[in-house]
Design a protein around this ligand. Structure first.
Ligand SMILES: [Zn+2]
Length: 218
C-alpha cells in the first residue's frame, strides 16, 4: 500500500527515507518563512516524493522580507510541482492586519500560478471566509482541521480538502476530501507513523491514497 503525508515540515532526509520504506512515498513539506525555502528545495533534490510548499506562516509574518512576493513568484515559476504553504490566519497570535495582508497576497499569487494552498486557521473563520470568497478558483487544504459541521458546510462551496492527524472531527469531513498528515516534527512527529495512524482510525488506505491523487490532479 502507498501512503502520503499531506502536510509536514522540514525534517532530516533520513526521516523521509525511513518513512518511504514503510510505504509513505509522498510528502507535502511546508515552510513557514522565506529562509526555509532554499532548504526545502535542497531536500527535494535529496529525497524522492517531496512536494515543496513555499509560505509565510501567520506566526512569522513579522519576519517576511520586503521582496517576499517576488521570491514566491520566482519559486513557483521554477518549481512546477510546488504548492503554497503554510499560510493562514491565527487570531490567537498578534498582528492580524499584517497576517491578513500576507494571506491575501499569498492567495493572489497561488491563483496566478494555479497552485493548491495549505491553510492554518485558528479562531479566524469569519475573516477566512471573507478573504477566500475572493479566490474561489483556489484549491485549499485545511491542515490539522478542527472545525465543525457548520464550517464544513461553508467550505463545501470551495474545492477544499481536509487533513487530520487524529479522529476528532473525522465524521464531519466528506469521505472524498479526507487526507492524513503527520505535521512532523510537531503533530505525530514522524511521517513513518502514518500507516499506523490510518490503521488506528480504521480507515481504508486505498481511499486516502485516491483522495491524494484527486488533491494533486483534479
Ligand atoms: Zn504545519
Amino acid at each position: 500500500m502507498i501512503y502520503c503525508d499531506a502536510h509536514c515540515h522540514l525534517l532530516p532526509p533520513e526521516t523521509f527515507r525511513r518513512a518511504s520504506e514503510r510505504g509513505v512515498r509522498t510528502f507535502c513539506v511546508n515552510t513557514t518563512r522565506t529562509t526555509e525555502w532554499a532548504q526545502v528545495i535542497a531536500l527535494q533534490n535529496q529525497v524522492l516524493g517531496i512536494y515543496p510548499c513555499f509560505g509565510i506562516h501567520p506566526w512569522y509574518v513579522a519576519e517576511a522580507p520586503a521582496d517576499w512576493t517576488q521570491q514566491l513568484r520566482d519559486m513557483l515559476r521554477r518549481y512546477p510541482t510546488a504548492m503554497v504553504g503554510e499560510i493562514g490566519l491565527d487570531a490567537t497570535r498578534p498582528d492580524m492586519p499584517r497576517q491578513r495582508a500576507i494571506f491575501e497576497q499569498s492567495l493572489q499569487i497561488a491563483a496566478e500560478y494555479n497552485r493548491a494552498v495549505h491553510i492554518h486557521c485558528v479562531r479566524a473563520w469569519p475573516d477566512l471566509f471573507e478573504i477566500l470568497g475572493q479566490y474561489r478558483e483556489i484549491k485549499p487544504l485545511f491542515h490539522r482541521f478542527s472545525g465543525d459541521e457548520v464550517i464544513i458546510q461553508k467550505l463545501r462551496l470551495f474545492n477544499a480538502y481536509f487533513s487530520v492527524l487524529n479522529g476528532r472531527v473525522i465524521d464531519v469531513i466528506p469521505d472524498n476530501r479526507l487526507l492524513i498528515e503527520s505535521d512532523a516534527p510537531d503533530g505525530i512527529r514522524d511521517p513513518a507513523r502514518i500507516p499506523d495512524l490510518i490503521a488506528d482510525l480504521n480507515l481504508d488506505p486505498a481511499y486516502i491514497a485516491q483522495n491524494w491523487e484527486l488533491f494533486i490532479h483534479d
